[in-house]
Ligand binder design. Structure first.
Ligand code: NAP
Length: 247
C-alpha cells in the first residue's frame, strides 16, 4: 500500500486530496496545525468508507515539529511514497503600504520555509529507507505567483513565487534519483482560506473575471494533485499546472 503525507490535509484542498488518495487505496497521513476536530472528521469519513487515514498534528512553520513529525512517521508507518505540500496561509487583504515585516515573515515561515523543510525531511526519509524511484512531491502554489495579488496580499503571492522556484530546483536535484517534483497553481477555489483574507465571498466576487466564469472546487485541484502523484505522469517533473478556469 502506498503512503502519502498531506500537509494541511484537514480542510479545503488538502481534505479533498486526502479523500481522493484514500479512495485509491492509499494510506493517508493528514497533517494539521490546530483544528483537531476538522482533522478527526476527515479521518473518520475516510475510515467509514473503508479507507486508511490518520491525523498528525504539527506546525510546519516549526523545524522541530516537522522533524519530529517525520521521525514519528518513520517509526510508526515506515516509508513514505508521496508528499503533498499543501498547507499554506494568508492574512487580511491589504496594500503594500500596510504590510509589516512580522506578517511577511510569518507567511514565509509556513509557505516557503516550512514547505522546503518538509521536502528535506521527505528526502531524508527516502535516504533512510534507500528507496527513491517512484516517489513524488506535489507543491501547492497559486495563480497568485503569476498575478502578484495587488491590493490583497503581495506577501502571499511572493511566497508562492518561491514555491514555484523550489519546485523547479528540487525537480532538477532529484530527477536522477527518480523522485518527481511538480506543482499545481490553483485559481480561486471555494475554501475557508478566503475568510482568513477577510472576504469569505471573494471567489464569487472574482468569478466574472475568470474566463470560465466560476470559481473552482477543492476536488478539481485534488484531481490534478492525484494525477501528478500517479504513475500516469511518470515522465512529468518540474511542471507547474495551472488549474484556474483560464485565468
Ligand atoms: P484552508 O481551507 O484554509 O486549509 C488550510 C489547511 O492548512 C488546514 O488544514 C490547516 O490546518 C493547514 N495549515 C495551515 N497552516 C499550517 C501549518 N503551519 N502547519 C500545518 N498545517 C497548516 O486552505 P486551502 O484554501 O485549502 O489552501 C490549501 C493550499 O492551496 C494553500 O497552500 C493555498 O495557498 C493554496 N491555494 C488556495 C487557493 C484558494 O482559492 N483556496 C488558491 C490558490 C492556492 P488547521 O485547520 O489545523 O489550521
Amino acid at each position: 500500500m502506498k503512503t502519502a503525507l498531506i500537509t494541511g490535509g484537514s480542510r479545503g484542498i488538502g481534505r479533498a486530496t486526502a479523500q481522493q488518495l484514500a479512495g485509491l487505496g492509499m494510506q493517508v497521513l493528514i497533517n494539521y496545525k490546530s483544528n483537531q476536530q476538522a482533522a478527526d472528521e476527515v479521518v473518520n469519513e475516510i475510515i467509514a468508507s473503508g479507507g486508511n487515514a490518520v491525523a498528525i498534528q504539527a506546525n510546519i512553520a516549526s523545524e522541530d515539529e516537522v522533524t519530529q513529525m517525520f521521525a514519528t512517521i518513520r517509526e510508526q508507518y515506515g516509508d513514505l511514497d508521496y508528499l503533498v505540500n499543501n498547507a499554506g496561509i494568508l492574512f487580511q487583504q491589504c496594500t503594500a503600504e500596510q504590510l509589516t515585516a512580522e506578517r511577511i515573515n510569518t507567511v514565509m515561515a509556513t509557505n516557503v520555509t516550512g514547505l522546503l523543510i518538509c521536502c528535506r525531511e521527505f528526502i531524508k526519509n527516502a535516504r533512510h529507507f534507500n528507496q527513491f524511484h517512484g516517489k513524488a512531491i506535489v507543491n501547492v502554489s497559486s495563480a497568485a505567483a503569476r498575478l502578484g495579488s495587488p491590493n490583497e496580499y503581495i506577501d502571499y503571492a511572493a511566497s508562492k513565487g518561491a514555491v514555484d522556484t523550489i519546485t523547479k530546483g528540487l525537480s532538477l536535484e532529484l530527477a536522477e534519483l527518480g523522485i518527481r517534483v511538480n506543482g499545481v497553481r490553483p485559481g480561486s477555489i471555494y475554501t475557508h482560506m478566503h475568510t482568513d483574507g477577510g472576504e469569505p465571498a471573494r471567489v464569487d466576487r472574482v468569478a466574472s473575471q475568470i474566463p470560465m466564469k466560476r470559481g473552482g472546487q477543492p476536488e478539481e485541484i485534488a484531481e490534478v494533485i492525484t494525477w501528478l502523484l500517479s504513475d500516469a505522469s511518470s515522465y512529468v517533473t518540474g511542471a507547474m499546472i495551472d488549474a484556474t478556469g483560464g485565468r
